[in-house]
Design a binder for this molecule. Sequence first.
Ligand SMILES: [Zn+2]
Length: 224
Amino acid sequence: MSVWERSVLGHSVNGSPVRAAAAGKGPPGLILGGTHGDEPASTYCVQRLMEHPTMERVLQAVRLTVVDTVNPDGLAAGTRHNARRVDINRNFPTENWVPDEHNPEYAPGPEPVSEPETRILVKLLEDLDPRFVLTLHAPLAVVNYDGPAEDLAKAIAEVNGYPVSGDIGYPTPGSFGTYAGVERAIPTVTLELGPGDGPEEWAISGEAMVAGLLRAASQAGAGD
Ligand SMILES: [Zn+2]
């Protein structure tokens, strides 16, 4: 089993720790789950991924940092938003960020990075400078990518059979994908799991995630 070094990155609105785990050696990669608290399968699948036997091989080539629950208050309450009813995935300081709240589902917050959970991820990206990011959501059953990550997205989609999309079909100002992938050119794959519970979605996409990480690891090994 891989030995994960645990740390606390910061705290949510309600004071819950936002935890990270890191392991491996090589260029850095980042894995995120639980940005939306009503998508608990994303946290479950990230946790299962960490314990997968093939991770030993991945961690020979890349150093992974994992945040399985970006939004612990939302997960505790079963809500998409954080405790201030802000959608973390619309709160990143992108060039196209808008204060528009016509749909409370996507409430972007009073200003970019107004939320502690967003701040934690912005700082983590700066500190890590990851070569790739895999972030899990649900329930659209699609592999979306932002930035130069089409091959990574395809490596995942080949295994779980989901469609690959470079555009999720609607604008996402303030989203993590726009911030990291589009504006910073960090290869960013958003795996949208299906609507099932954690074990169901793991059965569908677990090996696909591993395949994606193996691809990222081989790219890291081939680089610099
Ligand atoms: Zn989501």
